[in-house]
Ligand binder design. Structure first.
Ligand code: FAD
Ligand code: NAD
Length: 443
């Protein structure tokens, strides 16, 4: 097969690149070694959000027990899984059909390079003018004794039964989100994180309040607990962290994700890569092979988020059509951890503002006693806004509390277009909402 563009990987980034270039008249094929659709839709963002949405309702109801609600509901895990699968089960078929309808060839099988411009997919030789690597990441294998006893987030998101006791290793996005789900579904839940501060991409003050709140609500969260060993016990597993031992029916490895590039024969393709992923120039073009581009989580630079994968994909479409035309901007990327309560952030952190020696002020406000918190039984709600003194521009916004992930998007807009506190004060916000509360957060 000889085509203009071969995209390896059918997830968020592969989908956008393939469709973008097909619309411009290129002949395009997409290859994947697993069923089509990638991580976000099948085993990441979307299925996770189905489970979180359910847990959020239970969590809110618990907060209002005796305050207008008689009894909080409990999770019907089997039914919840059916609801989630109604969505996830269709992803592969719909993705493939979408490609075929657009005139994009769909290729199944393992891929490896046979030259800088050709690969084998399954047993089909394919050569292409440009090859786009969109191969994502896999859970970082846990290389401690007993690491093989763990399961990963993909297993959790599709399990038929909620175990009685569950341990999450790692204090990142995945642990905080899935542990929140497990806890609301009734499992005795433990997070073991190796260093002092979990969720390293978020504001440390808000993270401390989040951790305190989760602990007060009964989720067992231990920092400075690097897990060293896992053993089989009578009824499940024993997890050893320092001198402490914890027991559970299921142990989830959530210690990060890594690109899985070894089987691609990248050396034969003259493609430089490292532990963090494919080495690219400013235009997301391989630093060693000009015919190859990389997008999404497998790129060594940029955060591993679906929004970023999509942005990189759109940029690569432009750069393939018009050489060296667009550079990705990784500043001001909004991100949320869908824990309970949720936390979200956009723009710079207080630490970055100090490092950059900016002239700024920090406005940190506890909103837990405000009506918006009281009426939903919410215990923790905090905002922290970084404002540049001279220009009054909003530089960073960090929010903890219900709806944080929705509210943050308004501030993504404000920061992107350089709005000042005075300008934001002239905006009328639908009232009373969590967004309208935010107008007091930058006064
Ligand atoms: C549990 C979980 C929850 C998440 N939640 C969020 C969220 O709420 N918000 C957010 O922004 N991000 C979230 N993410 C991150 C998000 O899923 C990723 O950033 C996004 O999926 C990256 O897309 P991608 O196209 O780079 O890779 P992927 O979607 O992973 O696609 C890569 C594809 O390449 C294929 N592939 C790999 N190697 C080969 C090979 N050698 N040959 C052929 N095919 C290959 C794979 O089978 C896969 O289909 C989450 C991730 C996880 C794991
Ligand atoms: N809401 C979202 O946007 C979202 C949700 C889930 C995943 N993601 C993406 O997926 C990536 C992977 O998520 P993740 O949570 O697996 O990784 P992560 O990198 O966010 O967190 C993993 C944490 O585990 C800790 N750790 C590592 N080894 C350990 C050990 N032996 N014992 C105890 N702790 C240990 C690390 O210090 C790290 O802080 C994220 O970085 C993010 O890019 C995003």
């Amino acid at each position: 097969m000889k085509i203009d563009i071969l995209v390896i990987g059918s997830g968020t980034s592969g989908y956008t690149v393939a469709n973008g270039l097909k619309k411009e008249g290129k002949t395009v094929a997409v290859a994947d070694r697993r069923s089509f659709g990638g991580t976000c839709a099948k085993r990441g963002c979307q299925p996770k959000k189905y489970l979180v949405a359910n847990a959020e309702i239970v969590h809110l109801a618990k907060g209002l027990e005796g305050k207008g609600l008689k009894k909080a509901p409990s999770v019907a895990w089997k039914d919840l899984m059916s609801l989630k699968r109604e969505f996830t089960d269709k992803v592969s078929f719909n993705t493939e059909e979408g490609f075929k309808t657009a005139g994009i060839d769909v290729l199944h099988g393992d891929v490896y390079f046979t030259s800088p411009q050709s690969v084998i997919v399954g047993d089909l030789p394919v050569s292409a003018d440009k090859i786009v690597l969109a191969v994502g990441t896999i859970p970082t294998p846990l290389t401690i004794p007993g690491g093989d006893f763990t399961v990963d987030s993909e297993y959790f998101l599709d399990m038929d039964k909620m175990p009685r006791k569950i341990i999450f290793i790692g204090g990142g996005y995945i642990s905080f989100e899935l542990a929140s789900v497990a806890h609301q579904a009734g499992a005795e839940t433990i997070i073991l994180h190796r260093s002092v501060q979990p969720l390293k991409h978020f504001d440390p003050d808000l993270t401390r309040i989040l951790v305190k709140t989760m602990k007060e609500e009964g989720l067992n969260l231990y920092t400075e607990h690097p897990v060293k060993k896992i053993e089989k016990s009578n009824s499940g597993f024993k997890v050893i962290a320092g001198v402490d031992e914890y027991f559970a029916d299921l142990v989830v490895n959530a210690t990060g994700r890594t690109p899985d590039l070894n089987s691609l024969n990248l050396d034969v393709g003259n493609i430089k890569f490292g532990a963090k992923g494919i080495d690219v120039n400013d235009y997301l073009q391989s630093s060693s092979n000009p015919n190859v581009f990389a997008v999404g989580d497998c790129v060594a630079s940029g955060p591993d988020l679906a929004t970023v994968a999509d942005m990189q994909a759109e940029i690569v479409v432009q750069n393939i059509l018009n050489k060296d035309s667009v550079i990705p901007d990784y500043s001001n990327i909004p991100s949320a951890v869908f824990s309970l309560p949720a936390m979200a952030s956009v723009g710079i952190s207080e630490e970055e503002a100090i490092q950059k020696k900016l002239d700024f002020r920090v406005k940190m406000i506890d909103q837990s006693n405000w009506p918006s918190s009281k009426r939903i039984g919410q215990k923790a709600a905090v905002s922290k806004v970084i404002i540049e003194e001279k220009t009054e521009q909003i530089l960073g916004v960090h929010i903890l509390g219900h709806n944080a992930a929705e509210v943050i998007n308004t501030f993504a807009l404000a920061i992107k277009f350089g709005h000042t506190t005075e300008e934001l004060r002239t905006v009328l916000w639908a009232y009373p909402t969590h967004t309208s509360d935010m107008k007091y957060s930058f006064k």
